[in-house]
Design a protein. Structure first.
Length: 649
């Protein structure tokens, strides 16, 4: 399916009063910051999916006045003409304010927004509109094919990995085993179990054996301490027994050292030392460059920390700016309520109700007493009314001052926010410059593999590895001789122990110790077999990793994907990370190369889905080479030389 965008028409959308753009196959749009380049990208996605270019559903659509307040009584619309497999379709959305006249109110009040939908000029319901857009292409697929940043910056690594496996196809266990001869025994080991299930069985058994191996020395020690003390002539025999036991223990220690790789461990230690010496040679050859890289890394980190600090300051400032409209509105409501209250009190009239007769005797009161009571009540009413009006005026003056203070502080905070935004732009440029310096230094590192000293030390390392291999192959014959020596010592020990019946308990404990030692050896053999099987499963996973990554990477021209992380314990953990020349997308790759990686991914995905759609490249000025796309291209360039949008096709 081929989808192209022929034109966009924006009316009052995010400040665009009346913008109409005709598109070709390749479109290069230049303009200064805030000229509306990204607005075109956002309008296109809002027209289709009710979201902006950053995949946000809740974002500002309405135009703002000079006070950053929404302009009222405007219809905000976007109209786009698409061509789908050669057939044109016109889509339009109009976002309007809703004003309602409430009962007993002379004026209309703002009560929300409405959105109207049109297809080829015909008004339709929202459900019909969405259904028609879905017929063209699914939302998630369309974003994958049109936004170079969507795959790497919006999708989770799990979703990225799922898509890559759909594109390249998974690899069966049989294919993995066939590709590595070391794995030929694995099927017979697994039997009917899945590899992951068998690994769980191995790890469980290995833990049980290891726990048992840790308990055996404790049991041996308990048996030794349970031996009774000897008296009389038995002391000499006991001394001999102890000597023989020590001899047996020493031989067993030597045998255990041999079986557990003591000599091999020494040689492995030497191998690690040589590897350290190789690293010293490498560091010496690149000493000056390495130090410069360390210093430049610090500079990059400092620049990044400054960017993050400014971003935090902006977020704090934005929290305050968002609260000011509510604060001002509340203060104005209070002032209006006080004005209404003042009018209500001012309109109050004195009304005096009295009885002209004496409450005690019932006779008529003198007229002078009646007048005095009337005058007193009137004076009290006027005094209270005056005091109430004065109190209302005082509170109203306070509310006016509060409104003025809030508006003044809003202007001050807005200016501070604008200054921080400018600082952030400058600091990001500094950060990019520092990263470029770091990449230049890293490119200066020398190839140490041709250095004579390095070559000689590497040969020595290979010799040590050969020696380790030879020791491991000769272990069996030496261990058999040591076992015979241990057996002779045990025979002599048993002979002496039988000479004294009192040593029966000691003999029993010694037998228990021997039994535990034999069990220890058997468990060690079983543990080694489990380790061997675990190693095979690790090799299977590593082989599958390499095959899978190769298969997926073959689908892309420049981008390579890392699908697994090797853990400290040499285990494998699934992941998904795009790389360019070994640099991770989100860990050091500059913005220009991120765009090229995103375009490379889009080319492959468009071929996979069989859909060619408009490809939007925002901030295209970050790319220093020609931008290529297999579909319609709309590249947005920040250009301070231009005063308004300039379009080249």
């Amino acid at each position: 399916m081929d989808i192209t965008l022929e034109s966009l028409h924006l009316m009052h959308y995010q400040g665009a009063q009346d913008v109409f753009i005709q598109f070709g196959i390749k479109n290069f749009i230049y303009g200064p910051n805030e000229a509306g380049k990204t607005r075109l990208f956002s309008a296109f996605f809002w027209l289709l999916f009710d979201k902006d270019s950053l995949n946000r559903k809740d974002f500002a659509i309405k135009s703002l006045d000079v006070n950053s307040e929404p302009e009222h009584y405007l219809n905000h619309s976007v109209e786009g003409v698409l061509r789908v497999d050669g057939m044109p379709i016109t889509l339009k959305k109009v976002y309007s304010e809703k004003w309602t006249k409430k009962r007993n109110s002379p004026e209309k009040e703002f009560s929300g927004h409405t959105t109207d939908y049109f297809i080829d000029g015909v008004p339709v319901k929202q459900s019909e509109y969405k259904a028609r857009v879905a017929q063209i292409v699914e939302e998630d697929v369309f974003k994958l094919l049109t936004n170079p940043a969507y795959f790497n910056e919006v999708l989770s690594w799990q979703d990225q990995r799922k898509i890559l496996l759909e594109v390249a196809g998974d690899i069966s266990d049989a294919e993995v085993i066939t590709s590595n001869t070391k794995l030929e025994k694995l099927p017979s080991i697994l039997g009917k179990r899945k590899l992951e299930d068998h690994r769980k069985v191995i790890l469980t058994q290995r833990k049980e054996i290891n726990d048992e191996l840790e308990r055996i020395p404790v049991r041996i020690d308990e048996a030794e301490r349970a031996k009774p003390k000897m008296e009389g002539d038995a002391v000499h025999l006991q001394t001999q027994i102890i000597e023989l036991r020590n001899a047996v223990q020493q031989k067993e220690t030597e045998l255990n050292r041999l079986l557990t790789g003591g000599e091999v461990a020494e040689q492995k230690k030497r191998a690690r030392e040589i590897e350290g010496e190789l690293l010293d040679i490498k560091n010496r050859l690149n000493e000056s460059t390495s130090q410069a890289i360390v210093e430049q890394n610090k500079a990059v980190m400092q620049a990044t920390m400054k960017v993050q600090q400014i971003e935090r300051d902006i977020r704090v400032a934005e929290v305050g700016l968002n609260n000011y409209p509510d604060w001002i509105d509340n203060a104005e409501k209070t002032l209006n309520e006080l004005r209404d209250k003042w009018v209500e009190v001012d309109e109050q009239q004195f009304v005096y109700a009295h009885d002209d007769n004496c409450p005690a005797c019932g006779q008529a009161l003198p007229s002078d007493q009646i007048q005095a009571a009337h005058d007193k009540a009137a004076a009290e009413f006027n005094r209270k009314k005056s005091k109430d009006l004065e109190n209302i005026q005082t509170r109203a003056a306070t509310a006016k001052n509060k409104i003025a203070e809030l508006k003044s502080q809003l202007d001050t905070d807005q200016k501070q926010h604008d200054e921080l935004t400018e600082q952030l732009s400058r600091q990001r440029e500094i950060e990019q410059q520092e990263r470029a310096k770091l990449e230049a230094l890293q490119a200066q590192m020398k190839d140490v593999t041709i250095d004579p000293a390095y070559i000689a030390k590497h040969v020595e390392l290979e010799q040590v590895h050969q020696l380790i291999s030879e020791i491991q192959h000769s272990t069996y014959s030496v261990s058999e001789r040591m076992k015979l020596d241990i057996l002779d010592l045990r025979n002599e020990l048993q002979l002496i122990e039988r000479q004294h019946a009192a040593f029966a308990q000691i003999q029993m404990l010694d037998d228990r110790i021997a039994e535990l030692s034999e069990q220890q050896k058997k468990l060690a053999v079983e543990f080694e077999e489990l380790e061997s099987q675990l190693y095979l499963t690790d090799q299977f996973i590593i082989t599958k990793v390499n095959l899978l990554e190769s298969k997926i990477n073959a689908k892309f021209k420049h981008t390579r994907f890392k699908l697994f992380d090797r853990q400290i314990n040499e285990g494998i953990k699934e992941t998904c990370e795009a790389l360019y020349n070994g640099v991770p997308y989100n860990k050091g790759l500059n913005h220009g190369m991120q765009i090229l990686v995103g375009l490379d991914i889009i080319d492959t995905l468009q071929e996979h889905y069989g859909i060619h759609a408009p490809c939007w490249v925002d901030n295209a000025e970050a790319v220093t080479q020609e931008i290529h796309a297999n579909s319609q291209l709309i590249a947005l360039y920040a250009s301070p030389e231009d005063n308004e949008l300039v379009i080249e096709s």
